[in-house]
Design a binder for this molecule. Sequence first.
Ligand SMILES: *Cc1c(COP(=O)(O)O)cnc(C)c1O
Length: 334
Amino acid sequence: MAFIKINKQNFYHNLNQIALKTGSVEKIAIVLKDNAYGHGLELMGRLASEFGIKHAVVRKTAEAELIRSLFDTILILGDNIIKDEKYSFTINTLEDIKKAQKDAKVELKVDTGMHRNGIPLDELDEAFALIKAKGLNLTGVMTHYRSADELSSELFWQQKQFETVKQRVKETGFTDVRVHSHNTAAILRTKSFDEDLVRVGIGAYGYSELPHTFDDVGLRPVMSLYAKKISTRKLRAGERMGYGGDFIAAQDMTVSTYDLGYGDGWFRGDSNQPYVTSEGLSVLGRVSMDSISLESEKEEVCVMNDAQVAAKQLGTISYEITTALSAELPKEVI
Ligand SMILES: *Cc1c(COP(=O)(O)O)cnc(C)c1O
């Protein structure tokens, strides 16, 4: 079966680079949602915990259950709000507050400009009052930036808005509320970090979608994707191969089929602009559900060792490449 190698040294290198920005490892919350961006939830949780990371972020309570023992706190981005000593839950709407279980730990997400999720600024007072009335335990206030990865001043404008939110939390009399707003792109752009936590996802896995004009902290890809040979055959000049016969051999050649396809979450792409593997082999013809063909006889090939390079070829971003990979692909730590 195709499989994924996880480079532990690169993961720790990335976490170190981020810790240099935050000032300490304890201020990093590792984002493990969506199977740790395809890298394996429990595996990456264990490695992060061994590195000294104390906080994690996931989407659902079921994910949190799988890594519960590894962290001091786990922030759940989108699930029913229940009372739990370790879990805190994101409040996105006033409705969320009304439905929450009494004494639950909650972190208020404030909409400072992304306009996707979060409480708008003009509903803040109502949210604070409801949280108190419902007897919820407000442990955090957060926001998410809409264009931290673009060259524009919008990030600074949103940051300004968030400053006023922090002020209002204090004025309302809440204490022990952690504040956090930075994702990978925002922390990489920040020169002086003064919040309690960063929520780092893609950067920990080795990628930054920032334009190169920003400080390059030299992140290293954690994942590489391998496929194993199924069979080898000779093609004669003029013979076609694969669905639709898209590939036509220009001369006699030896080709092999490898066990990775779109059923494993690999991108089907466009056979007219074939994907080129990290070893420089062009995918021949169409990608099938469970296989691809390459001009190679090797037992094992590295299909991808840098999701950002792959993303450029396939017209997407690194996040989508790694996250799309099937959770079933076995992982091997190197
Ligand atoms: C996914 C997510 C992050 C992580 O963002 P990266 O760009 O991967 O670092 C941070 N905060 C929230 C709310 C998220 O949903």
